[in-house]
Design a protein around this ligand. Structure first.
Ligand code: AMP
Length: 190
């Protein structure tokens, strides 16, 4: 099962990705988590990533694309994957589509999480009390949302038009369990 999840920060796609990953035993590839795991390295890349991520801006494609393709080609992903947080802009999307075609990888499902700005801002503020992320504060949230709505959301339109029957929107303001069961139904038919 090969899935892509779209949705703004705080829309709950990470939570749902973890649930699906456990249920059907495929890896949850969160580019945010992968990048955060590199922040602890004591090197130049960690410094560069820390600066970009704590400002809410996007990490360059030249760093992201090889990380993602290496993962997708690894044995870990032989039975599928859930991409969470990638692609995030048009050039990543073009790169990914090209890569999937070249490697004969066929997507099963693309889910777009929909939630309003107030809800997601409040959720991120709540999350900041539990997790210690440098980008979970009001100023940076504004930048992250702006990046999402200008660069990432338009990609969902592309996937909607080009992956008919595989692309679904989900109301991400519902309870976690309700969203989970809606996704479960989609997975059964994918
Ligand atoms: P996330 O955990 O998905 O909210 O990502 C946290 C931060 O990691 C983002 O604000 C970006 O700085 C960076 N990031 C994650 N995924 C990507 C991506 N696909 N392209 C560029 N930057 C990314």
């Amino acid at each position: 099962m090969k899935l892509i999840l779209f949705g703004p920060p705080g829309s709950g796609k990470g939570t749902q990705a973890s649930l699906i990953a456990k249920k059907i035993n495929i890896p949850h590839l969160s580019t945010g988590d992968i990048l955060r795991s590199k922040l602890n390295d004591n090197d130049k890349l960690a410094q560069e990533l820390s600066q970009i991520m704590s400002s809410g801006n996007l990490v360059p494609d030249s760093i992201l694309n090889p990380i993602v393709t290496e993962k997708l080609l690894s044995s870990e992903c032989k039975n599928g994957f859930i991409l969470d947080g990638y692609p995030r802009n048009k050039s990543q999307s073009d790169f990914l589509i090209d890569f999937l075609i070249k490697n004969k990888i066929v997507l099963n499902l693309i889910i777009d999480f929909k939630a309003d700005t107030n809800t997601i801002t409040n959720r991120i503020i709540e999350r900041s009390k539990i997790e210690n992320r440098s980008d979970d504060n009001l100023e940076v949230i504004k930048t992250r949302l702006e990046k999402y709505f200008t660069e990432t959301q338009p990609l969902a339109g592309f996937f909607k038009d080009n992956f008919k029957g595989k692309f679904f929107e989900i109301n991400a303001m519902q309870d976690i369990s309700k969203i989970e069961s809606e996704i479960e139904k989609r997975l059964q038919n994918a």
